[in-house]
Ligand binder design. Structure first.
Ligand code: AMP
Ligand code: ZN
Length: 471
């Protein structure tokens, strides 16, 4: 099978080929930096990370750009409320955003452009749109006239007959199905702070939210992108408007494959700040959950299905991660032991059949549930071979390489070379205790040695295991 994606534009599964052979240019809408992101937002960001990792696993080079929306209605409101500049206000939220990405082991994108650093590029797009007759001025702002763009609505399949001619909407986010002309440049209004205002050829004001993504995506990735992603709520109006602006300005196809992830929900409702039904990463860590379990939970449901968040499913994710980690440790230990150096018959066949199935899962519109299914069949086989006592060190090393190869996409195993988080250390101590309980002292010692190599020493006390980092 070859790689296929569900393209929102055609509502169908289509074979994927990038414009430049072997290299994928993708734009992934980033956060509005006005508060700490919640795990709903992070489901989308982790999926985008896994998409990039899977593309690399399948042999493509990737260039991922994720913007930071640091100017819009919400960030301005926040800065005014706190009496600080827009930059001071957004800087805090940019910092916690990167903290959460690192905690969830998200590989960095090639660029994280901020809207406020790209005002000249946005002005250029508005000028081009004006030259081509797509804009008009009114109330001191510049509007995109959607009647000037006949294919408006092609992504979201909205009903243009519901459009009120000349009706406008100034808010960055408006109701679904409410088809109206939108502001590409918002004229300055009384009360808007200096720190959120630019004086440009278009007058004094600020860009509209949708314009930001058109400008930053095309600047870093060219006028035609291979893939553009977001969650389903971005389809309309945000992505529809990005298409109108970008194609209106260049006359070229803007995006070849549109991919949209379904929401993370709680009790049947979308997790959202406005509903108050959200958890952040620190919320979950403070309750003792591990970042790698959160990440695994996200991957356990394919991206086009809603993910219903529950603590039971998070606990199940944690035990799945523990099984992978325990296998990795035991394979490592067997690989380091002495014994026959040749890989025995059967090991390579098991590995290649696992790798084929794993790859096919990814190629099927990034079906991570199928890929994990393949992985766990492999885990059962590898465990059985280990327990038979017949697995050679070379065979164990080959199994471990296959496991780690799959983890280059999943990102749920601990990175041996990196510093561990407290919760990860605790998870290892728990694994060690479990190994001791089943009298697997070799596995328990291997965990102690692994931690020691990372500068973490354990002390067994009557009150349980204590640990400390070497200063
Ligand atoms: P925002 O900061 O509101 O622009 O959202 C950042 C990203 O998170 C966007 O791609 C949203 O579509 C996405 N998002 C928001 N809520 C959820 C949710 N409950 N589940 C999944 N993605 C979400
Ligand atoms: Zn965007």
């Amino acid at each position: 099978m070859a790689l296929k994606f569900h393209n929102t534009l055609t509502r169908s599964l289509v074979p994927f080929t990038p414009l430049t052979a072997g290299k994928v240019h993708l734009y992934t809408c980033g956060p509005t930096v006005y508060n700490r992101v919640h795990i709903g937002n992070l489901r989308t960001f982790v999926w985008e990370d896994v998409l990039c990792r899977a593309l690399r696993y399948l042999g493509f080079e990737t260039v991922q750009v994720m913007n930071l929306t640091d100017i819009d209605d919400k960030t301005i409101r926040g800065a005014i409320q706190e009496g600080i500049t827009l930059k001071e206000f957004t800087a805090r939220h940019v910092e916690t955003f990167f903290e959460d990405l690192a905690t969830l082991n998200v590989s960095p994108a090639a660029h994280y452009p901020r809207a406020t650093d790209h005002i000249p590029e946005m002005v250029e797009i508005v000028k081009k749109l004006t030259e081509r007759g797509h804009t008009y001025e009114s109330d001191g702002s510049i509007w995109f006239r959607i009647a000037s763009f006949p294919s408006y609505g092609k992504l979201a399949r909205v009903d243009l007959s519901s459009m009120q001619r000349g009706a406008r909407v100034a808010d960055d986010e408006y109701e679904k199905e409410d088809v109206r002309d939108f502001a590409v440049w918002k004229g300055w209004k009384e009360g808007e702070p200096e720190s959120a205002t630019w004086t440009t050829e278009l007058g004094k004001g600020r860009p509209g939210w949708h314009l930001e993504c058109s400008a930053m995506s095309m600047k870093y990735l060219g006028e035609t992108l291979d893939i553009h992603t977001g969650a389903v709520d971005n389809i309309f109006p945000h992505h529809e408007n990005e298409i109108a602006q970008s194609e209106g300005a260049t006359g070229k196809e803007f995006v070849r494959y549109w991919l949209h992830a379904e929401h993370l929900i709680v009790d049947g409702e979308k997790m959202a700040k406005s509903k108050g039904n959200f958890f952040t990463v620190p919320d979950l860590l403070s309750r003792g959950h591990s970042p790698r379990a959160i990440r695994y939970l996200f991957l356990s449901v394919p991206y086009r299905q809603k993910l219903n968040f529950t603590f039971e499913s998070l606990a199940a994710a944690a035990s799945a991660v523990a099984r992978l980690e325990s296998l990795d440790l035991r394979l490592g230990e067997r690989a380091r032991s002495t014994g026959a150096s040749a890989i025995e018959d059967g090991v390579e066949a098991k590995i290649s059949s696992f790798q084929n199935e794993f790859r096919e899962g990814l190629e099927d519109d990034l079906n991570t549930a199928a890929a994990l299914g393949a992985l766990f069949s492999f885990v059962r086989e590898a465990n059985a071979d280990l327990e038979s006592g017949q697995l050679s060190p070379a065979g164990a090393a080959a199994f471990q390489r296959a496991l780690r190869g799959a983890d280059s996409v999943l990102g749920v195993l601990p990175k041996a070379e990196a510093g561990l988080l407290d919760s990860e250390i605790q998870a290892k101590i728990d694994l060690r205790q479990a190994a001791r309980k089943r009298r697997d002292f070799a596995a328990a010692d291997a965990i102690r040695d692994e931690l020691a190599a990372l500068g973490i020493t354990l002390e067994d006390t009557p009150a349980g295991v204590r640990w400390r980092r070497k200063s």
